[in-house]
Design a binder for this molecule. Sequence first.
Ligand SMILES: [Zn+2]
Length: 95
Amino acid sequence: MYEHLRDECRKSSKFRLCDLCSLPIAKGEKYVCRTGAFEGRIKTTGFHTECHRMADTLPADFWENEIDYNEIRIMLAKRRIVEQQAENKEGNNGN
Ligand SMILES: [Zn+2]
């Protein structure tokens, strides 16, 4: 079972892949470094800040299965569209 220990916002010191969407996190880009204990080992994972927000909404057993990156990327794109629409709505309220 996975035990969550901490999340830290960091600036990436090297090129790495996001552990949620598997797309690159560029050197110098902000990302969230997550530390946890899994099967007797300390495990660190890295997420885009956006992916980190989505990671918290996923069911607890999500990480026990193999990740479908295509599915994740579609979920992220949908969230972006919804957020964009919400922003546009807010922007229009003043007019
Ligand atoms: Zn990501």
